[in-house]
Design a protein around this ligand. Structure first.
Ligand SMILES: C[S@@+](CC[C@H](N)C(=O)[O-])C[C@H]1O[C@@H](n2cnc3c(N)ncnc32)[C@H](O)[C@@H]1O
Length: 490
């Protein structure tokens, strides 16, 4: 796209953006793609010949189609643009009109794409399948009793969000070798609810390219979109080959990096969940190359659970300070620094009444490793682990609040050295890098921690003894020690 066209499309987008009704904007997921991102997306299509039939579903003001047309300026393109919001139609038509010469027989359809696509698939009127699709679909949960859910079920697409519905249907509407480039949230890569969607796309198309933005706000900088986004390229019916992963800090793409990976590094062969890992650097320090971490948590006899105390359900039993008849109640706030601080003056309670009603939510006093479920964006690591030391408390039980994940042995405490070793292992850069590959969230859930691989108990014990002897080692020392354990010390 030349500079003038880019500025013009961005102006249309900003103008339309300012006119959008805020409630409708959320309702319809109207976050328009800036032209630089659109241009990058358009560059991912292979240079091909023959008739181009382009699908732009949820077209907004047509930024994506415009970027596509700029690259195909000399070839005839038939565009089908779906946009449910009729207030955007004039802008969309204006954008398409710019390419009047080459947009042969284009149609703007101001109806629901899901409904239209499902009818098309069900009625078999799919013979004019698309050769290309460029998508920035709306992001919104699909309610289980909604019409959208029923329509999607009719074509056996079980999915929970509009964005996966759009991409899933677009894949279905493609002809053999048809290419889809879509910018979508990263959540489909690992969420359990997205497993049918992952199976749907991987069963029908080759995953050729993933682009990851390092910063979560960068792709849509004039809208406050906090979702982490990826751009994916799928090719319908093509045999799966290697996957190109590119990364950039932001939508300027000025520090673009590109690496090619075997597909098995992106979707592990033995993974029934079909998680899509997005390596951010070649795997010299990732856990795949750390042989000591190859066991599932249950194989080493440990388990991890979400803290069972949901405070608003036990309001009457919460106490600001420890007092007679209470047990300690631990929140993430108690692990703000390097070590546990309890009791602590903060807005959160410090204790829970030991009562018939609360007993079932308590763990016996002991050593535990805990991981905060939510880290802040500023934090260097996503997984931040701490040790709960029972010597800080006098009672026989502990309450773990719901914003903590707790590692335990059959709902009881774990060996002290193992608790320290486990925390050290979880705080290593290798684990952090591994975790970032499959999770775009700052949120760390017990399910995620169950999917990690862990060292053997004897190894965790050694790590634990070492870190207790050393005190508070620097991150580099932790990392070197972890790598050193498997003879990989640099
Ligand atoms: C995330 S915006 C992207 C717009 C445009 N593709 C772009 O990249 O700038 C998604 C668009 O999909 C439209 N939309 C939402 N639900 C839709 C539906 N069921 N059918 C068709 N369009 C829909 C919204 O109005 C919105 O303009």
């Amino acid at each position: 796209m030349d500079g003038a066209a880019e500025i013009a499309i961005d102006q249309v987008r900003l103008e339309a953006n300012s006119l959008l009704n805020p409630a409708r904007k959320i309702e319809l997921g109207q976050f328009m793609t800036p032209s630089r991102v659109a241009r990058f997306m358009a560059s991912l299509f292979s240079a091909g010949h023959g008739t181009v039939r382009l699908l732009d579903a949820g077209a907004g003001v047509g930024s994506l189609t415009a970027a596509f047309m700029e690259r195909r300026a000399d070839a005839p393109v038939h565009v089908t643009a779906y946009e449910i919001d009729e207030s955007l139609a004039p802008y969309l038509r204006e954008t398409l009109a710019r390419y009047g010469n080459c947009c042969t027989g284009s149609s703007v359809i101001d109806r629901d794409f899901i409904q239209e696509a499902v009818y098309r698939i069900k009625l078999g009127t799919n013979e004019q399948c698309f050769s290309h699709a460029i998508l920035n679909p709306p992001y919104k949960k699909i309610k289980s009793d909604s019409l959208h859910r029923a329509l999607l079920r009719a074509v056996s697409l079980e999915t929970v969000n509009l964005y996966t519905a759009f991409v899933g249907l677009a894949v279905e509407l493609m002809r053999q070798d048809g290419e889809i480039v879509a910018i979508i949230p990263r959540s489909f890569c690992n969420g359990l609810y997205y497993k049918p969607f992952r199976e749907w796309i991987l069963g029908r198309a080759a995953l050729e390219h993933i682009h990851l933005f390092h910063s979560r706000t960068s792709a849509f900088n004039d809208d406050e979109v906090l979702q982490e986004n990826v751009i994916i390229k799928l090719v319908r019916g093509k045999k799966q080959g290697t996957v190109t992963i590119t990364t950039s800090s932001d939508s300027s793409f000025s520090d673009l990096q590109s690496h090619v990976y075997p597909f098995e590094e992106i979707v592990h062969e033995d993974d029934a969940q079909k998680f899509i890992h997005v390596p951010t650097a070649p795997t010299h320090s990732g856990l795949d190359s750390v042989p000591l971490a190859e066991r599932f948590l249950d194989e080493i006899g440990l388990a991890v659970s979400t803290g069972p105390v949901v405070d608003f359900r036990l309001k009457d039993f919460l106490r600001k300070r420890p007092e007679k008849g209470t047990v300690p109640l631990l929140y993430p706030a108690h692990f703000a620094g390097d070590s546990m601080e309890w009791p602590r003056e903060s807005k959160k309670p410090n204790a829970l009444l030991d009562h018939q009603e609360t007993k079932k939510w308590l763990y016996p006093n002991g050593f535990y490793t805990v991981v905060r479920r939510f880290s802040s964006k500023e934090e260097r690591r996503r997984i931040v682990a701490h040790v709960v030391d029972p010597r800080a408390f006098s009672g026989s039980a502990i309450g773990f609040e719901n914003h903590l994940n707790v590692f335990h042995f059959e709902k009881k405490g774990i060996d002290r050295d193992i608790a320290y070793g486990l925390a050290m292992f979880l705080n290593s850069t290798a684990v952090d890098e591994y975790f970032r590959r499959f999770s775009g969230h700052t949120q760390v859930n017990a399910t995620d921690l169950r999917l990690l691989r862990y060292p053997r108990l004897t190894e965790l014990k050694q790590l634990g003894q070492w870190i207790q002897a050393v005190g508070h080692p620097a991150q580099e020392m932790i990392d070197r020690r972890i790598e050193g354990m498997c003879g990989k010390e640099k």
